[in-house]
Ligand binder design. Structure first.
Ligand code: CTP
Ligand code: MG
Length: 230
């Protein structure tokens, strides 16, 4: 099997959480969110190395956590950029040259299970690019500048996209470098490959794989973890 590297963008500011400092260090059932996130990949036999991308002021704290929680697959902790896409690009460039496939997973998604990660890897086998995505529960409407509906999109064709996302390393690196030199920003990494004309496969994700964005998400994440433990 191709050597697999993990890039964890964790260099955001967590503004919507409104907490002091980076939301990724907030505690979830006694451990920092970022530790929950990284541990899944630490535990997986499929993973060769992990790169964590952090904000300049958080680098020392991330290093402490890596040592304290014995996350020894973390090969590098590198400094992020202004946008998430900049952080991912810097993380991908920091991977060892032997890495052939890359998984990008948000530092703020601590509820991915090992089982779902392995199911994802298996389903993504043979695709240049794949992402987890879930069916949307609400009807999604497109509106114009005045809030008036211009279209109601067919729900069975819509997916709310999550991470993990997986890519051939060379293709992801090329897409990021081309996007950077063109000043193109997509809302996720898969969209950079779409922009280059590559197909992206969507693999059914999990409703529990939430991104901790606002205080309600933290509450929900605690409830999900508690439910798993009982
Ligand atoms: N991220 C990053 N570098 C940035 C911005 C975001 O590595 N310049 C990371 C975040 O740390 C997070 C993930 O990308 O793990 C998803 O981003 P988001 O949930 O938006 O986190 P923040 O940007 O930190 O939050 P906010 O947008 O509320 O400030
Ligand atoms: Mg953000």
């Amino acid at each position: 099997m191709a050597e697999l590297g993990i890039v964890i963008p964790a260099a955001g500011q967590g503004k919507r959480m409104g907490a002091e400092g980076n939301k990724q260090f907030l505690s979830l059932r006694g451990q920092p969110i970022l530790v929950h996130t990284v541990r899944v990949f630490q535990m997986s036999d499929c993973v060769s190395e992990i790169v964590i991308v952090g904000a300049e002021n958080d680098l020392a704290l991330i290093k402490d956590l890596v040592i304290r929680y014995k996350l020894d697959k973390v090969a590098r902790i590198c400094q992020g950029g202004v946008q998430r896409q900049d952080s991912v690009r810097l993380g991908v460039l920091a991977l060892s040259s032997t890495i052939q496939r890359v998984v990008v997973h948000d530092g703020a998604r601590p509820l991915l299970t090992l089982k779902d990660f392995h199911r994802f890897l298996q389903a993504a086998e043979g695709f240049t690019a794949a992402t987890m995505g879930i069916q949307v529960k609400d009807t999604i409407k497109q509106i114009n500048d005045f809030g008036c509906v211009t279209d109601t999109l067919p729900r069975e064709r819509l997916r709310a996209v999550q991470t993990p996302q997986i890519f051939e390393r060379q293709t992801l690196e090329a897409a990021h470098l081309r996007a950077a030199s063109n000043g193109y920003y997509g809302t996720d990494d898969a969209s950079l490959l779409e922009w280059m004309g590559y197909p992206v496969q969507v693999i059914e994700g999990s409703q529990e794989n939430i991104k901790v964005t606002t205080p309600e998400d933290l509450w929900l994440a605690e409830r999900i973890l508690t439910m798993r433990e009982t």
